[in-house]
Design a protein. Sequence first.
Length: 103
Amino acid sequence: MSEHSEPYEVLAFPMLDADGVTIWQKYGGRTVEGYYYDGWHKIEPGDPRYDELLPQARENPQDDDDDEDDLDDLDDDGPTVHPETLAMLMDMQRRTTERGEQH
């Protein structure tokens, strides 16, 4: 197995970005050669894991003043969600709820 095919471990609860939409999931692992690595998965609407992780991420929002990772430095005006994105997310949530009620 190459280092890229090694399994990784989730290292923290999913975090909701200051934009109110993007979810960040910290991961890490160890390569066959013994090197440790870590990083962040960016999870956006449409990702198969998005609906599952969103409730957890909402409980773990990114602080607005968290400049450790510079993920949101381009948007210093505060978090806003585009109306079309919000409508899409609400529709996705409605459909997910409907699927859950059918089972």
